[in-house]
Ligand binder design. Structure first.
Ligand code: GUN
Ligand code: FE
Length: 462
């Protein structure tokens, strides 16, 4: 019970100050009521048969419920490198920072430490669903799936395929057969621990075209088809990478054509970055119904470029946000909401076309409903609609004492509400100056999966 905020379309946010949302024992939203006074909770219960004994979680003070964030592209295995990129760009960044880090996850205890920490970190930032790249190692990849299932974070977990000599000898698949066998093993394991895929699902993960030989791409695509799996990879991130793809696949018309001719562009394919695609490539991706993960912080950090999101939205592509740790420097989708807005403003400054700018509402849509569609969960999550599941965060905003005495100001997080703000103002303050301290509780399918000391509700709210 309390205020809630969610996207109702790409351009519109609904802000309901007096909400009451009924979540059943399966974590499914049974009703959404508006304009309910605190005293009216009993009326809500009596209007909804069977809810008399329902446990009530009240959002007290300044704040609101918001849908859980969806991270459509991140590398859990690169967590220890977060914030490290120096002067590198993609291809030397991979060799300098990334492959050495990822190869250390051949040790299961190392993977345990890294993955436990990363899942805690992303949950604390309100990320309720994540599309993860692990590494080439099957035991560590399976462990990431175990951790997500145990902690209750929805996840697509991908064992990375890379057999070409772009990768160092100490960190690559020995053969196409190794790529297929180990990917199959990980798919089978993830399906054995969550047969219905309610929390964790496998995702076939050819790293990117330069990491895989043509045989490998074909074999992996066949595996995805046979196992009806999601697919994730990188596309058109960096100009040097695009030139390398042209050199490695001289018969292909474009980067997109490499994936298309290997049957990797499906409605269940997530393509990260998509910074430098031609209009023709975008049309192919649209026609195949493949999805785009926009990773604005990463694209700036390793100087990949500014993805033309307005253009891609206008063309009808399905887009979500990705943190892309550790190309990206921050595990928070809220940070990437800001970065998506900033990148669009820089593009607008270059083009002189104000229509290029993304609004706050649009960026929040990409972070929730857009992301849900990218990972194939648009029926289940992304907003507060009846029959969707309760994946949500409780956002708390600090308040300033009315007396105005500096001693009395309570600093409970980075956002203070002074009392004159409208509701849209409060949401903007959170978007542009908030962080994980404002996320005081997080639920996935009705299960409480993260809380801070400021959360005073029931600890086992299922
Ligand atoms: N392209 C291939 N591998 C990677 C990776 O790990 N991160 C990013 N950002 N791009 C890639
Ligand atoms: Fe990436």
């Amino acid at each position: 019970v309390g205020p809630f905020v969610h996207s109702t379309s790409l351009t519109d946010l609904e802000i309901e100050e007096k909400g009451a949302i009924g979540v059943d024992e399966n974590g499914v939203i049974a009703f959404v009521e508006r304009n309910v006074s605190q005293a009216g909770i009993e009326d809500v219960k009596s209007r909804n048969p069977g809810w008399q004994d329902a446990q009530v979680i009240k959002l007290e003070g300044n704040g609101f419920f918001f849908p859980g964030f969806i991270d459509t592209h991140t590398h859990a295995s690169q967590h220890p490198n977060t914030g490290l990129f120096g002067k590198t760009t993609l291809l030397d960044w991979l060799q300098t920072y990334t492959f050495p880090m990822e190869s250390s996850l051949s040790s299961v205890p190392t993977a345990q430490r890294i993955y436990q920490s990363f899942v805690s970190r992303t949950l604390s930032h309100g990320t309720t669903t994540c599309a993860y790249y692990a590494t080439i190692h099957v035991p560590a990849t399976n462990l990431l799936a175990d951790i997500c299932l145990k902690r209750g974070q929805r996840a697509l977990v991908g064992r990375v395929c890379m057999n070409s000599d772009l990768s160092p000898e100490y960190y690559r698949d020995e053969s196409v057969e190794t790529s297929v066998r180990n990917s199959q093993a990980s798919i089978d394991y993830i399906r054995s621990i969550d047969p219905k895929g309610e929390i964790v699902k496998p995702i076939v993960t050819p790293r990117f075209a330069p990491s895989c030989t043509s045989d490998c791409l074909s074999a992996i695509s066949k595996l995805a088809q046979e196992t009806n799996s999601h697919i994730q990879t990188h596309i058109s991130e960096n100009k040097g990478e695009i030139a390398l793809v042209q050199e490695l696949f001289p018969k292909s018309k474009s980067y997109t054509d490499v994936y298309d001719t290997h049957d990797l562009l499906t409605p269940k394919t997530i393509l990260a970055h998509a910074v430098h695609l031609s209009p023709e490539e975008r049309q192919t991706i649209l026609a195949r119904k493949s999805k785009i993960s926009h990773c604005p912080a990463s694209n700036t950090a390793i100087t990949s470029g500014c993805a033309p999101i307005r253009t891609m939205l206008n063309e009808g592509l399905t887009i979500g946000l990705g943190t892309d740790i550790s190309g990206g420097f921050h595990p928070s989708i809220l940070e990437n909401v800001r970065q998506a807005v900033w990148v669009s403003r820089h593009l607008a400054l270059q083009t002189g076309d104000d229509a290029t700018k993304l609004s706050t509402e649009e960026a929040l849509y990409l972070a929730t409903r857009g992301g849900a569609a990218v990972v194939g969960l648009e029926e289940q999550v992304g907003g507060f609609d009846v029959e969707k599941e309760w994946d949500a965060q409780m956002i708390h905003l600090g308040s300033v004492d009315e007396e105005g005495s500096s001693d009395a100001v309570v600093h409970e997080g980075p956002v203070d509400v002074f009392g004159w703000e409208s509701w849209p103002d409060k949401v903007e303050k959170w978007v542009y100056s908030g962080d994980d301290r404002n996320t005081i509780a997080v639920w996935v399918r009705g299960r409480l999966v993260h809380k801070t000391a400021l959360y005073s509700g029931p600890k086992d709210a299922t």
